[in-house]
Unconditional design. Structure first.
Length: 276
């Protein structure tokens, strides 16, 4: 596939300027209204010096007859990453409100280029709130950490997550094509779904999961880390990093920021560490 820049419509940029704009794609999969709190967080980000990025907001109506609206938006964003030859992708969902210094902290990972997938910490919109930090399938959340720690996980949510472009491109090469609203993309991301007929009720039943954890399982099962040039991560039981120092609020449709309070067991103890 020929590579082209998302900024190719800007002929006044020379080739070196064009390439600098391909460092990072910030992808916003959106399925509803954007709250002002989210926009304030976006506009309030402290931008690192000599920083460049492309913002790509992909709207998917929650009312269109598509099975996986969020995954479809993610796949269109993946297409943009591949076509622009972007080095990094940052997923930032429309119900996540990160701190103003989030770009500063993520920039350190981009400079070091030693961790291919890293995300901020956020909790469920529930009482009690549960951290979306996972080790193992079906084991609930992982709890042996404190705020400020860097925690290695077997699965990571996509609310505010940085992914190296090589991972996206390796998956792209192995994913089937399909069409979204007339646009050809590939199923890099896909939400798991079960369909069955309930014989007692006589109705057709459907249940779907989220694309993020399914994506993490696929990365490991299909040896994507190894194929993308990160073989040491293929050997890890918990290859995905959550930096709890990037504390992201999970906002609902009423503007409530979850968690209302960080549970006592996760409050910092003054000794930040790496939890392997």
């Amino acid at each position: 596939m020929p590579k082209k820049s998302l900024m190719s419509a800007c002929p006044f940029l020379d080739v070196h300027q064009q390439e600098s704009l391909n460092r990072l794609v910030i992808g916003h999969p959106v399925t509803g209204l954007i709250r002002v709190e989210w926009m304030m967080a976006r506009m309030g980000q402290i931008i690192p010096t000599n920083w460049s990025h492309i913002d790509l907001m992909q709207f998917m109506s929650p009312y269109v007859p598509l099975k996986y609206q969020v995954a479809d938006a993610e796949n269109l964003i993946a297409k943009a990453v591949v076509e622009s030859d972007a080095k990094w992708l940052l997923f930032w969902e429309h119900d996540n409100v990160p701190p103003n210094d989030a770009f500063i902290k993520l920039n350190e990972y981009m400079i070091d280029e030693k961790v291919p997938v890293v995300g901020g910490l956020y909790f469920t919109k529930s009482v009690p709130p549960e951290p979306m930090v996972y080790r193992g399938i079906g084991k609930g959340y992982f709890a042996d950490w404190k705020m400020g720690d860097k925690v290695w996980c077997s699965g990571i949510p996509f609310g505010f997550t940085l992914i190296h472009g090589s991972i996206i491109k390796a998956l792209w090469n192995e994913s089937p094509e399909y069409s979204v609203n007339g646009q050809i993309t590939r199923r890099v991301f896909e939400a798991p779904q079960q369909n069955w007929m309930d014989p007692e009720k006589g109705v057709y039943m459907s249940r779907s999961g989220t694309s993020d954890l399914a994506w993490c399982q696929r990365v490991m099962k299909d040896k994507i880390f190894e194929k993308a040039g990160w073989p040491e991560y293929q050997k890890k039981e918990n290859p995905f990093l959550i930096d709890t120092g990037i504390f992201v609020h999970h906002i609902d449709n009423n503007g409530v920021r979850w968690p209302l309070e960080v549970p006592a067991r996760f409050k910092p103890d003054g000794k930040t560490k790496e939890v392997k």
